[in-house]
Design a protein around this ligand. Structure first.
Ligand code: WT7
Length: 647
């Protein structure tokens, strides 16, 4: 199928959908004509303990940057996700938990989720956690992870979830950066039949971050682990039963912080992306319902981890704010075998399924039988997120997983955007395999050239958003200047996404990938500078330069050029040591695929590394290196090409 193939909206689907073409057009028109009324309508879907009268106060001008939405209103995010559904949905299933072990699962009603969350909130309170305090959550994919997030929200504390695959060092730096006073973790995680020593990692991290006063440990495996008296507390054995099952919710201002989530940038250490309560929740709830065309009673499954923004917005906040049933999956796509995803869909009669291109590509390789032998008749909508989906993987998803019956929503967004910005609406948007299609109503993207000139019609350039939407991040925690510099200085007056994009003659957007020094490995965002800093920790390394390269399954792989002290010889053992150093500094997701030892890096006379050349060589594109005349030592390039060819 060619790139511009179109799959038209199915009429029967459009008839049942919340939004059809006419409705979408009307929404777009309203959002354009009167954005404040439009967004006030969106926010009205939430319960406000004090209704807002002010809708929007935004300036993208770097000298006066501010972003506020619904800012005289008060609400509580946990109340909006749990309490308000209780009158009608107390006995409806809020969470289906599918454990790593295919024989073990659990259904949790809204009433149960409410009670568990209230209890956890009371435990946090009893340990001195107050409104505004930061709590780091370092958890496996178990329901208690959602309770932990909602418990923080309930008492006005700020959660910062750290992905359970991050190393103790990476965890420590996040705990320190946000100044957390408490950590919620589990004894161990379980993934793909193996255990992950979460509590042991926390212990190591806290050697470097001693300000944490309380560690709440959820028993997942009941492994025998050291507990530090006065600091550590078991959830089930010591805490849960001693507190009340009710906990009053703290009403917070719409602009009070809901969470901080660390993500990689092109320079320096990861930044704490800060989201506030009213705008974020309204936006997550609105986009969840629209994009997934969610209808009451449906079973929805997003395979992301709560450690990423997708887990925040589309496992926890978006679905629960809509009273949906959200499936939390502890395992991996290939355990016990490559049929796992489809078996889970069969078992729990999943209607809406949302996953990442990297998982699809990995499963596609295993052959169609794994899919076909599972009953997927419950499915009606498929989603993709995290990186560009190549048309081949898109077609496999459509034809094999979806039997050519179900729309695919390819959702483009970022940690910073809080929710989906560009995506098809299943009842309204004709699909093109590989395109995220069009902006949602109320979202105003544009494409600019390197000088910031707007490009019109069919074009290719850099993706910016010209006006705010409620789910937009508000600041980088502790470094507002970095927020301004990163997103609002490159193209004055606009939010710069860091992504490249093409727009076709039908106005469809095709994201081409990052244009900054960020790479996307299996849908995980990685700063090249961060990986370099980790590599440079190895005592024999003088210098390193990391770039992405196309990878069949991961989308992008990590390619590291490394120079050693003149006296040291490259070796396989050294290569392993360097990879191990990265694992320790960041975690397994940052491990380089290639270590390319080189006596020198291509630098300009002023000492700047020419990454463009390194990228081309890693991509095996030796013919298109561009101008190398400004290099201090052009000979370096030939040596690098030779080295690449020999790999
Ligand atoms: C970057 C954001 C969105 C939540 C998960 C990742 C890339 C994300 C798509 C898509 C093409 C995509 C972009 C973006 N990306 N979704 N549907 N098509 N690219 O969040 O870690 O903040 O990464 O992921 O490059 O900038 P994130």
């Amino acid at each position: 199928m060619s790139h511009d193939a179109i799959i038209k909206v199915n009429e029967a689907i459009a008839k049942d959908a919340l939004v059809d073409k006419d409705k979408a057009a009307a929404m777009r028109a309203e959002a354009e004509k009167d954005p404040e009324t439009f967004w006030a309508g969106v926010a009205a879907r939430l319960d406000w303990s004090k209704p807002f009268t002010k809708v929007k106060d935004v300036s993208f001008d770097a000298s006066d940057l501010h972003i506020r939405w619904f800012y005289d209103g008060e609400l509580n995010a946990c109340v909006n996700c749990l309490d308000r559904h209780l009158p009608e949905k107390a006995n409806d299933v809020a969470i289906i938990w599918e454990s790593d072990d295919p024989g073990v699962d659990k259904k949790i009603t809204y009433a149960e989720a409410f009670e568990e969350t209230c209890r956890m909130a009371n435990v946090l309170k009893a340990r001195g956690v107050k409104k505004g305090d930061r709590v780091v959550i370092y958890m496996p994919m178990i329901p208690e992870a959602a309770y932990a997030m909602l418990a923080c929200a309930r008492i006005g504390a700020v959660h910062s979830v750290v992905f359970g695959g991050f190393s103790p060092d990476a965890l420590a730096s996040r705990i320190e950066d946000c100044g957390a006073s408490a950590v919620i973790t589990a004894d161990e995680g379980v993934r793909g039949g193996k255990t992950v020593p979460l509590k042991a990692n926390v212990d190591k991290a806290l050697e470097k971050a001693p300000d944490v006063r309380a560690v709440l440990v959820v028993e997942r495996t009941r492994a025998d682990i050291p507990m530090k008296a006065g600091r550590d507390l078991y959830w089930y054995a010591e805490a849960r039963d001693d507190v009340s099952p009710e906990c009053p919710a703290e009403a917070v201002n719409a602009e009070d912080t809901l969470f901080i989530l660390y993500t990689s940038g092109s320079t320096g250490k990861p930044k704490g992306v800060l989201h506030t309560t009213g705008g974020y929740l309204a936006y997550a709830a609105y986009t969840y319902e629209m994009v997934f065309d969610y209808k009451p009673g449906e079973i929805y499954w997003c395979t992301a981890d709560v450690g990423w923004v997708t887990g925040h917005s589309y496992i926890v906040y978006g679905p629960l704010a809509n009273g949906a049933t959200t499936l939390i999956f502890e395992g991996v796509p290939t355990y016990p075998d490559a049929s796992r995803f489809w078996r889970v869909i069969e078992k729990h009669k999943v209607n809406i399924f949302y996953t990442a291109p990297t998982a699809l590509r990995a499963l596609m390789r295993e052959g169609d039988d794994w899919v076909k032998k599972a009953d997927r008749s419950s499915l009606r909508l498929l989603g993709s997120v995290g990186e560009p989906i190549n048309p081949e993987a898109w077609m496999w998803y459509y034809e094999v997983v979806g039997d050519s019956k179900h729309p695919i929503v390819d959702t483009w967004w970022q940690t910073e955007t809080g929710g989906i910005l560009i995506s098809p609406l299943p009842g309204a948007t004709d699909l093109k395999p590989g395109s995220a299609t069009q902006p949602l109503p109320g979202v105003f993207p544009a494409i600019v050239d390197a000088n910031g000139n707007f490009l019109e019609g069919a074009c290719e350039g850099n993706l910016v958003i010209t006006d705010s939407w409620p789910g937009q991040m508000r600041t980088v925690y502790g470094d507002h200047q970095r927020f301004i510099d990163t997103y609002f200085k490159t193209y004055p007056g606009m939010y710069f996404t860091g992504d490249g994009v093409r727009r076709d003659a039908d106005g469809y957007y095709w994201i081409t990938g990052r244009v900054d020094d960020v790479i996307n490995v299996s849908g995980h965002r990685m700063g090249t500078a961060e990986v370099e800093a980790a590599i440079d920790e190895h005592p024999l390394v003088v210098e390193s330069a990391v770039v992405g390269f196309p990878h069949d399954v991961k989308g992008q792989g990590i390619y590291a050029y490394v120079t050693l002290h003149a006296t040291d010889e490259p070796s396989e053992a050294l290569e392993k040591e360097i990879v191990e150093t990265v694992r320790q500094e960041i975690g397994p997701i940052a491990k380089p695929d290639h270590i390319h030892f080189t006596p020198g890096l291509p630098k300009t006379r002023s000492g700047k590394i020419m990454r463009r050349i390194l990228r081309k060589i890693a991509e095996n594109e030796f013919g298109a290196l561009g101008d190398t005349s400004t290099l201090a030592d052009p000979g370096v390039v030939d040596a690098l090409i030779e080295g690449r060819k020999n790999r």
